[in-house]
Design a protein around this ligand. Structure first.
Ligand code: ADP
Length: 352
C-alpha cells in the first residue's frame, strides 16, 4: 500500500523560484525512503507540502490514499515530524516538553508518561531527562526532536536531517531506531545529504536536484548501479595488448577507461554485475598474459553514483537550456538569466 503519493507536485516561491518541479513521489508502507540532494534541492519544501504547512503551486498529494491539504488536521495527526535544527522552549526539560507534546496530541496523561519514558530511553536522553533544554547541544536537540516526533506513535514519520549534529555513536543509534520503526510497520521518509546514512538506513531512495527527481528506486538497485562504476587495476607486461582489448569487456559504448602509466580506471556502464565484470577483466588479464599488481572496485561507490547522477542531470540541464534557446532563436548572451545558486549546491558532502 502506498503511504505517500504525489502527482506533478510543484512549488514556485514568489513567482520566480522553482523549488519543486513536477515531483512524482511514491512511498510504500513499511519502507524507509531517503530523499537526498544538495542544499536547495527542494527536500524541506517537499516536507512542508506533505505536512500541509504550505500549499502547492500545482499538482497534488495523497497520504494514506486520501488527498492531503492544509485543512486536513485529521491526516496530520497520523504524522510525526522532525524539522531541521529543531528549537525548544529553553526553560523546559525533555520530560516537561514531551508531556506538553502529549497534551497537544490529546494523549491521556498516563499513556503519555509511559510513551515518553520509553522514547527518552531509545534516544538516550534518560540521564538528562530532568535538565533544562537550555544547555543542550545540537545532537541532544535532534534526539529530543526525534522523541517528540514519535510521541503520538505516528504511522508516517517525516525526518528532516535526523542525524544532524550527532556523533558517530548517536548516528548509529538513530539509524537503528529508524530501522526499528520500519520493522514495526511504520513508514519513514528522511531527508539527508549524508550518503552513508542513506545507505545504512534506507530501503528506497530518491535523488532530488534543482527540484526534480532525477532517480527514484530501491536502494539495492542504486547499489547495483553504483557497483557498475569503476574498476581500478595496475598491470605489467604487454600493456598495449590489454589496452587494445578493453573495449571487448562489454557491448560497444558501455566501456570507457582512463590510463595513468600502468594503471587503468575502467568504467563499465552496461547491465552486468560487478562480479561478472571482474571475471571478464581477470579473463582478459589471463588472455593477454599481463601480470596483475592490484585490482579493486571504487571505494566510495555510492557517493560516486550519486554524484554521477547529479552531474548527468547538470549536463542534461545545460543541453535543455541550449535547445530551448535555439528554439526561441536566441543566443545565450541575449538574455539576462538570473540563476539562484546555493553555495553548497555543488557538493554532497558529509558535514559531520
Ligand atoms: P533543501 O531542503 O533541499 O535544502 P529547500 O526546499 O529548503 O531545499 O529549498 C529549495 C529552493 O527553494 C531553494 O532555492 C531555496 O532557496 C528556495 N526556497 C525555500 N523556501 C523559500 C521561501 N520561503 N521563499 C523563497 N524561496 C525559498
Amino acid at each position: 500500500m502506498s503511504v505517500i503519493q504525489t502527482s506533478d507536485l510543484t512549488k514556485i516561491y514568489d513567482n520566480r523560484y522553482i523549488a519543486l518541479n513536477a515531483l512524482n513521489l511514491n512511498v510504500e508502507k513499511g519502507s524507509i525512503f531517503g530523499l537526498v540532494g544538495p542544499n536547495g534541492a527542494g527536500k524541506s519544501t517537499t516536507f512542508r507540502l506533505l505536512l500541509g504547512l504550505q500549499k502547492p503551486t500545482a499538482g497534488s498529494i495523497s497520504l494514506f490514499n486520501e488527498p492531503m491539504t492544509p485543512e486536513r488536521a485529521d491526516i496530520r495527526r497520523r504524522l510525526g515530524y522532525l524539522p531541521t535544527n529543531p528549537n525548544f522552549p529553553k526553560h523546559m526539560t525533555p520530560i516537561t516538553y514531551l508531556e506538553f507534546v502529549g497534551g497537544v496530541l490529546g494523549l491521556d496523561a498516563r499513556r503519555a508518561k509511559i510513551q515518553l519514558v520509553r522514547l527518552l530511553d531509545s534516544v538516550d536522553l534518560s540521564a538528562i531527562a530532568s535538565q533544562p533544554i537550555k544547555g543542550f547541544s545540537t545532537g541532544m536537540n535532534t534526539r529530543l526532536g526525534i522523541a517528540a516526533a514519535l510521541m503520538g506513535d505516528p504511522e508516517l514519520i517525516i525526518l528532516d536531517e535526523p542525524t544532524s549534529g550527532l556523533d558517530p555513536a548517536g548516528r548509529k543509534q538513530t539509524i537503528e531506531l529508524i530501522r526499528e520503526l520500519a520493522g514495526r510497520n511504520r513508514t519513514v521518509i528522511i531527508a539527508t545529504h549524508i550518503l552513508a546514512d542513506v545507505e545504512r538506513a534506507c530501503s528506497d531512495v530518491g535523488i532530488l536536484s534543482h527540484g526534480r527527481m532525477i532517480y527514484s528506486g530501491p536502494m539495492a538497485e542504486m547499489r547495483r548501479l553504483a557497483r557498475q562504476g569503476n574498476i581500478h587495476l595496475e598491470i605489467e607486461g604487454n600493456i598495449g595488448s590489454f589496452e587494445q582489448q578493453i573495449h571487448t569487456l562489454d557491448t560497444p559504448g558501455t566501456v570507457t577507461y582512463e590510463k595513468i602509466g600502468s594503471e587503468f580506471k575502467i568504467t563499465l556502464l552496461g547491465t552486468e554485475t560487478l562480479s561478472e565484470y571482474m571475471h571478464r577483466i581477470l579473463g582478459l588479464i589471463d588472455k593477454t598474459g599481463v601480470d596483475l599488481h592490484f585490482i579493486r572496485s571504487g571505494e566510495d561507490e555510492i557517493e560516486e553514483a550519486f554524484l554521477r547522477r547529479l552531474e548527468d542531470d547538470r549536463t542534461r540541464g545545460a543541453l535543455r537550456a541550449a535547445s530551448w534557446l535555439n528554439n526561441q532563436g536566441l543566443e545565450n548572451n541575449d538574455i539576462d538569466v538570473q540563476i539562484k545558486v546555493d553555495s553548497n549546491n555543488a557538493s554532497l558532502s558529509d558535514n559531520t
